[in-house]
Design a protein around this ligand. Structure first.
Ligand code: HEM
Length: 286
């Protein structure tokens, strides 16, 4: 017997697809908000790096200035011949990328992040801030739409929040083992997120992105000045900058792994599902 979606209904009542069929994986709001997130994060990241270049050093607490060299936990600088990045006690020669890199005309310039990684590609704090603040609001409003739709439809609870049974060490180790062998779910099993995917998406949606927004709001000249409790909660203005930067680095890490997983799992089917919503389910031999 064939179900309407092309699946054969077996004796035990469960269905196994007899032939490949397209299944609706992502709701329209998830798809639209996902791609608006990608666009706004591209501008936020590159304009944020341009803003960082105005003072490429990070501190903890409330204060940080040019004279506070000894209080920096991270700094990107140049000796004139070399680009140096220091993280705590570790000094790295990052000539060509961080601290000292070639500009468009091929001339060496002392700059934190290189022009190809920033927007605009030349140093312009005012323009970078305008773009950063514009896309920050696009990103926040878009995120609120995603959260509201996900709560309303039950998507967040049903698909992203791990169930208690999934949190057993055995299940987590099993999923890590499958990922290490690049064995991705197939057939009907591909219709749900497994624990590592839930941890990556859930951690990003519920922890990293809210932390990014909270630390960003506390740094905003208008809001930070009146919501002083937020700066206090984050441990001071310089701590808020550090948290904003570390969260950015973790998000970049997420995106690298996320895109790698999409490419390994089958880029055509995966990306089509985030554009049209349709995901191809293939039959699996018992
Ligand atoms: C820029 C930062 C990005 C963030 C924060 C992000 C975040 C996410 C999240 C949270 C989901 C799960 C959505 C849900 O089910 O509610 C997701 C799914 C997905 N993302 Fe991204 N993403 C980013 C970039 C990208 C890029 C550049 C691509 C293109 C290769 C991509 C392709 C996909 C695909 C194909 C899925 C569906 C995966 C599946 O259904 O298993 N994402 N993304």
């Amino acid at each position: 017997m064939m179900a309407t979606d092309g699946a054969a209904v077996m004796a035990d009542g469960l269905s196994a697809p007899a032939k490949p069929y397209l299944w609706k994986r992502h709701a329209l709001t998830t798809r639209i908000t996902h791609w608006i997130t990608v666009l706004s994060m591209a501008f936020l990241l590159t304009s944020g790096l341009n803003i960082f270049n105005a003072h490429p050093a990070l501190y903890w607490g409330s204060y940080g200035a040019d004279s506070d060299d000894n209080k920096r936990w991270l700094e990107i600088g140049s000796t004139g011949q070399q680009g140096i990045t220091r993280i705590g006690p570790v000094k790295l020669d990052t000539t060509g990328v961080l601290g000292l890199s070639n500009d468009k005309r091929g001339q060496a310039q002392a700059i934190g992040f290189p022009g190809w990684a920033t927007f605009p590609s030349y140093r312009d704090l005012g323009t970078a801030r305008n773009w950063h603040f514009f896309f920050a609001w696009v990103f926040i409003l878009n995120g609120l739409v995603y959260l509201a739709a996900g709560l309303w439809s039950g998507h967040l609870k049903r698909d992203l929040l791990p169930r208690l049974s999934e949190l057993s060490p055995r299940n987590i180790l099993h999923d890590i083992w499958l990922h290490l062998r690049l064995k991705f779910p197939r057939g009907e099993d591909a219709k749900r997120y497994h624990i590592l995917q839930k941890a990556a998406y859930g951690g990003t949606v519920f922890i990293l992105l809210p932390l990014m927004v909270a630390s960003g709001l506390s740094l905003s000249p208008g809001i930070g000045a009146s919501w002083t409790w937020l700066i206090d909660l984050l441990g001071g203005r310089q701590s808020a900058r550090s948290i904003h930067f570390i969260t950015m680095a973790l998000l970049v890490g997420f995106v690298i792994v996320h895109v790698a997983m999409v490419l390994l799992a089958g880029p055509f089917n995966e990306i089509r599902s985030m554009i049209t919503g349709k995901f191809r389910i293939d039959p699996v031999k018992p």
